[in-house]
Write a protein that binds this ligand. Structure first.
Ligand code: NAP
Length: 337
């Protein structure tokens, strides 16, 4: 049985990844910033679930606590370290750029070095997978219709992207040093486990609250920003394939299709069965971010060719699943008209 150490195990991707690895028979250890809440009695619609008997071992601590992490790695002796922990939102990185640099950048590279040291000390290979981000590319100067690839120049435009770029480039440095170190360059991916601080979950939760009579308005910033949105369990499947792949590399993980925040709003109201919704949405200029990349679309040809990976859930379906979950949470079911 292979053994994984997954940081950020209580986050959206970490929870799906733990389930996916447990279902494949892996032993899973994880790092959580705080003790995990009890799991739900049953997973939301459309969600994978781990076999009831299998559970991850959660180590509670901070990613910036180097002595603690060194001790955990020595105790666990993982075959693979997957670094998902970090300040995962651009907005949070603007609020505290230094903390973002410490956690998402420096702590990631420190853990990479600890993983390398573990490998060298015991003479056994330890694989590394870093959750990289489309935000490392900033606002790339692409021709019309051209998508971001692994070769697009790295030029971040926000603190999150800069911190992620540091960890991304360091992974390449350790790969050149002889480590089986890969990155998955993740474009936006969503699910009912997405925290409410993200615009997608804010939209689906607010639309559900409007249907339930618990909210009047959906207030948003820039509705024209376009993103390449995928289904989080699909992206976790790409991570598993990258871990199991024998040749370390960087892999863009994306759907290749862009939708605007406005499209997301329309799909969410459609998913909730509301046709006449324009008057329910307001714009607040205070919510518009500084230096928001206009459009980010990824070309996952390499992941498709080398990992055999393709997304399985389309845009409308993923939005509908999130809305259905949030409605179910409020005790509402969607009725067909
Ligand atoms: P997430 O739900 O925000 O999970 C991140 C996890 O990291 C959380 O469980 C968080 O714990 C933990 N964490 C944060 N600071 C920590 C610290 N100092 N010490 C220990 N743990 C800490 O993010 P996600 O959506 O699963 O994303 C996983 C990774 O992929 C992240 O690195 C993210 O930047 C990257 N990524 C995600 C997307 C996306 O669309 N989801 C796109 C590109 C890249 P607490 O909640 O307890 O603080």
């Amino acid at each position: 049985m292979a053994r994984a150490f997954v940081t950020g195990i209580t986050g959206q991707d970490g929870s799906y990844l733990a389930e996916a690895l447990l279902d494949r028979g892996w032993e899973v250890h994880g790092l959580a910033a705080s003790p995990p809440a009890s799991p739900p009695a049953s997973p939301p619609a459309g969600m994978p679930s781990a076999s009831a008997s299998a559970q991850a071992t959660v180590h509670v601590g901070d990613l910036t606590d180097t002595p603690f992490l060194a001790g955990v790695l020595e105790d666990v002796r993982p075959d693979v370290v997957v670094n998902l922990a970090g300040i995962s939102s651009v907005a949070a990185s603007w609020a505290d750029p230094v903390r973002c640099a410490e956690v998402t950048g420096l702590a990631a590279v420190t853990l990479l070095e600890l993983t390398w040291q573990l490998q060298q000390r015991h003479g056994i290979p330890v694989r590394w997978l870093q959750a990289s981000s489309a935000e490392i590319f900033g606002q790339p100067n692409l021709a019309a219709g051209e998508a971001i690839t692994e070769r697009t120049p790295i030029a971040p435009v926000n603190p999150y992207g800069a911190a992620k770029a540091f960890a991304h480039l360091a992974t390449g440095v350790y790969r050149a040093r002889g480590m089986q170190a890969s990155t998955v360059i993740l474009f936006n991916h969503e699910s009912p486990r997405r925290p409410h601080a993200f615009v997608t979950r804010k939209i689906t939760a607010t639309v559900a609250a409007i249907v339930a009579g618990r909210a009047d308005k959906l207030v948003l910033g820039n509705r024209d920003a376009r993103r390449d949105w995928g289904w989080a369990p699909d992206y976790v499947e790409a991570m598993v394939r990258a871990i199991e792949h024998d040749r370390a590399d960087d892999f863009v993980v994306a759907t290749g299709v862009a939708h605007s925040v406005g499209d997301f709003v329309a799909a969410a109201f459609a998913g909730a069965g509301i046709r006449d919704w324009e008057g329910l949405v307001e714009t607040d200029p205070a919510l518009v971010r500084p230096a928001d990349p206009g459009v980010l679309v990824g070309d996952a040809s390499k992941a498709r060719a080398e990992l055999g990976w393709t997304p399985t859930v389309g845009f409308e379906e993923l939005v509908a699943r999130m809305v259905a979950h949030d409605l179910g949470h409020l005790g509402h079911l969607i009725t067909a008209d």
